[in-house]
Each structure stands twice: as C-alpha cells, then as structure tokens.
Design a protein around this ligand. Structure first.
Ligand code: ATP
Ligand code: LTN
Length: 335
C-alpha cells in the first residue's frame, strides 16, 4: 500500500521530558506528512546512551516519548512509530557507515563539541560517532525528507555526504535525503539564556518549558523569562529574549509580528509574558490530556512498539541486504 510513497523519517531522544523546542521545532510538524508520505518516527534510545542515563528512567522515558508522539497527533495506524533498539539494523548499518565517514568530518560536528563540553567526564566514542548512527537511521529507510530543528542541519549535510560517497563507490544504493526545517520555529531559545537553544537536558528547569508542565508552571516560567531592560514588544537582534517569546506566541496564535507589536503597544513585558504563557498552556492542554490517557495504557503502547518494529525491520532488511551485497559480505541461506 505504501510502496509508491516517498519516505519521511525523524527521531527524538528519550533523554528527558520533551520541550517546547522539540514540539515546535519537530514533532508538531510530523503529522502533516502522514497522508502523503510513508512516515517513520523513531524513539532513538541508542542515541540517548551517548550520555549516561539511569536505566529505569530511560525505560520510562521511552514509553513516555512514544505516548507523546501519539498525543501530539501521530496516529499509529498512519505512521510507523517505533523504538530504535528494537530494530537491530540501525546499529548494524551504523557500524558499516562508520567505515565510510571520516574522522575529520565527525570532528567538525558542533553538537559533539557542545556535548563533550557539557559531559567532560564522559567523552565516549559513541558521542563522537553518534552522527553516523543518525545517518544510518535515515538511510536505512530510503528517506526523502527529514523534519528537524535547525540544530540538526549539520548532521543532515553529513548524511547527504556519506550517502553520496557510498553511492559513488558502489552505484545507487541510498536515496539522498533533504531536511525539512520549519521557517520560524527552527530554533526555540532557552528562557534563561536566550542566546542558547532550549534543550531537553538543560539542568536549569526555568530555562525550558516541558510539554507536560502544568499550566501554573508554564505561566511562572514565562514570567521569569529573561528579556532586556527595555519594555517594548518588538523583534530585534539585540532583543533575543523578546524575539523568542514572539516566535512562541506567533506559533500558538498564528499572529504576525506586526499584530503582536500592535497588541502589546504601550503595555509592559509583564502582560506580554502572561499572554504567551496562557496561549502555550491552552495549546498544550489537549496534548497533556491525551498523554495522561495513553501513559496509563502500557499494553497499548507495547502493541504500537511491536507493530512499528516489525514494519520498520521489514523495510530496513531490504536496504541491509542491498548494502551487504554491494560491499562484498558473504550471504548464506538455509538450503
Ligand atoms: P538533548 O538536550 O538531550 O540533546 P534536545 O532537546 O536537543 O535533546 P533531541 O531529542 O535531540 O532534543 O531533538 C529532537 C528534535 O527536536 C530534533 O529534530 C531537534 O532538531 C528538535 N529540537 C530540539 N531542540 C530544539 C529547539 N530548541 N528548537 C527547535 N527544534 C529543536
Ligand atoms: N540526532 C537527533 C535525533 C535523531 C534524528 C535521527 C533526527 C537521531 N536520529 C534521524 C532525525 C532523523 C538529535 O539529537 N536531535
């Protein structure tokens, strides 16, 4: 049924409760592809262990991330939702592609530099080769389009380079994917340090809005958001905090910058922050209600995981068999 459809693939790490950045930059856009494309949305637990995780928490967050996918509007009947470690081809192709990725290329990845600074006591080899695992995730499904936030753009460029290199050596093997980066919400910034991106694993809770934060917490965090010493609601390069809040407000209300500037002309930041908080909390309320229902039904989530893994594994196996043949691995079949 999906044979002729082009493929979309994306992934989110179960490394913490998802943030407004993950929602506006990635997941909220996923469901728009479900009718036209064959969509694979993966909970990338193998990526998450590049940073030390507590096992019980990792397990819980894997279920939680899957439930959030569904709560954000991804119907498991229309999308293949699965967990990366349930499909062993990801690790297998990841290794193979390590041998076609250059040390110099990986050394240039900014996410590696950031994360090794943040985790100076655990700069493991997986953290370094992590982008090749992402390359494998994408190429395994012959993906055409990858919806991501702008922080992942460099990894997508690497994916294209590795696929092109492999195809040049062995002939057409992989589809070369394009990124899909939303125009306005590609990089939601931290509420505490608006020059940094909002990140799920930030230690400062006031810097991040979590999709599951209750309304009062959301409003409190927005009230505390760092702005500037002025009082004018206006987008400008030297007003990073206010500009970030305008992006968020616009994403939830559909209002343009001019409309927002007019709405808050003559009012202070206090009124504006409250309005952003209300709009955000109201938009997330239905997602939270659906999440609460799904999270209580572990058996259902396991049914989704199993069906997703079987479907993904079937498709991954086709690419793996092609890759094995091309690179010269021997194949044995039962007689
Ligand atoms: P971590 O802090 O553990 O590195 P993260 O918050 O960066 O996690 P990921 O799971 O790595 O989140 O990313 C999932 C998706 O969300 C990716 O497509 C990523 O580009 C997007 N994303 C993450 N943070 C933001 C952000 N602040 N703005 C827009 N998109 C984002
Ligand atoms: N590396 C990404 C998560 C990720 C991903 C992917 C995104 C892993 N595999 C494949 C898109 C496609 C991150 O850290 N945000």
């Amino acid at each position: 049924m999906f044979k002729d459809k082009k493929v979309v693939f994306s992934g989110v790490q179960p490394s913490g409760v998802l943030t407004l950045g993950n929602y506006l930059g990635a997941i909220k856009n996923f469901s728009a592809f479900s009718d036209e494309y064959k969509c694979y949305y993966c909970v990338v637990d193998e990526h998450a262990i590049t940073v030390r995780q507590n096992p019980a928490e990792l397990r819980r967050r894997t279920y939680e991330t899957l439930a959030l996918y569904i709560a954000c509007g991804l119907d498991p009947q229309k999308n293949t939702l699965f967990v990366q470690s349930h499909v062993s081809a990801h690790a297998e192709l990841g290794w193979i592609l390590d041998c076609y990725t250059m040390f110099g290329e990986l050394s240039r990845m900014t996410q590696f530099k950031d994360k090794s600074q943040k985790n100076a006591d655990n700069i493991n080899a997986g953290l370094f080769t992590y982008p090749t695992l992402m390359v494998a995730d994408i190429l395994l499904y012959q993906t055409e389009l990858v919806p991501i936030g702008s922080d992942q753009k460099q990894h997508l460029e690497l994916t294209r380079d590795v696929a092109t290199r492999f195809n040049a050596i062995y002939g057409d093997t992989f589809v070369i994917p394009d990124p899909y980066i939303p125009q306005t919400t590609a990089r939601i910034m931290s509420l505490a340090e608006p020059s940094k991106k909002m990140s799920k694993s930030d230690e400062n809770e006031n810097a991040v809005i979590r999709i599951l934060d209750p309304k009062d917490v959301i409003i409190r965090k927005f009230k505390r958001a760092v702005t500037d010493s002025g009082c004018e609601v206006r987008r400008a390069d030297d007003k990073e905090g206010v500009s970030n809040l305008m992006t968020i407000y616009s994403a939830f209300t559909g209002k343009t910058d001019e409309e927002i500037e007019r709405e808050f002309a003559g009012k202070g930041y206090g009124d504006f922050k409250l309005a952003v908080g209300e709009a955000c909390a109201d938009a997330l309320a239905p997602v939270q209600a659906e999440f609460a229902r799904l999270a209580a039904d572990k058996a259902y989530l396991e049914d989704v995981m199993l069906a997703g893994a079987e479907d993904a594994a079937r498709s991954a196996a086709r690419t793996m068999s092609k890759v094995r043949r091309k690179i010269g691995f021997t194949e044995i079949r039962r007689k």
